[in-house]
Design a protein around this ligand. Structure first.
Ligand code: S3P
Length: 201
């Protein structure tokens, strides 16, 4: 793990187009509200590669919403479907994938991501997650009680696992474009350190 994103705000190169493009998919991991979709979309634009929202792909494959999926089949079945969809996407064209918050917690999914992708953890504080998740009502896990308490509990359980990601970037309440520059800088530094993971130009 390299927590190299946390100090990247001072990278003077951040505003330039990203020169190096990864040869593998970039998988954004992190809790609900960390900004995976918002940042992922912008990151993909900066890198000139497609963006894929994994939850949306699951909904397409299942023909129902994530909430309905949880209700009808339960969380365990959802994780199996999620793993299949991620596995398929990892074998597709290089893209930025915004994974659902629980995906990286599944040992098999995590191993697949480790083998075939570059993982980026968007690490956020509790207040940020509570504020951002309060804007939407389509996350079944947060309907089970007090969202703040649920998110705090998920942080305890998940952050030690998320910390296994290749790159860690702090996600704060700053503008999405600023966050995206931070991630671009962190990815660029990772590719400079691991040139074998960069696409030949
Ligand atoms: C989940 C996060 C959600 C979605 C599902 C379960 C989780 O995705 O996959 O509701 O276990 O944290 P987002 O993280 O994109 O909200």
């Amino acid at each position: 793990m390299s927590a190299d994103g946390s100090s990247s705000g001072s990278d003077p190169d951040n505003s330039r187009p990203a020169k190096r493009v990864p040869a593998r998919p970039l998988v954004l991991v992190g809790l609900m509200g960390a900004g995976k979709s918002a940042i992922g979309r912008r990151l993909a634009g900066r890198l000139g590669i497609p963006f894929v929202d994994v939850d949306a792909e699951i909904e397409k494959a299942a023909g129902c919403s994530i909430s309905d999926y949880f209700e009808r089949y339960g969380e365990a079945a959802f994780r199996v479907g999620e793993r299949k969809v991620i596995s398929r996407l990892l074998d597709g064209p290089v893209a930025v994938l915004a994974s659902g918050g629980g995906a990286y917690m599944d040992a098999e999914t995590r191993a697949l991501i480790g083998e075939k992708a570059i993982s980026v953890w968007l690490r956020a504080e509790l207040d940020v997650l509570v504020e951002r998740t309060s804007r939407r009502n389509d996350r079944p896990l947060l309907h089970r009680g007090d969202p703040r308490a649920i998110l705090a509990d998920l942080m305890d359980k998940r952050y030690p696992i998320y910390s296994q990601a290749d790159i860690v970037v702090d996600s704060d309440e700053g503008p999405a474009d600023q966050m995206t520059r931070r991630v671009v800088g962190a990815v660029r530094r990772h590719l400079n350190r691991h040139p074998e993971l960069a696409a030949p130009c």
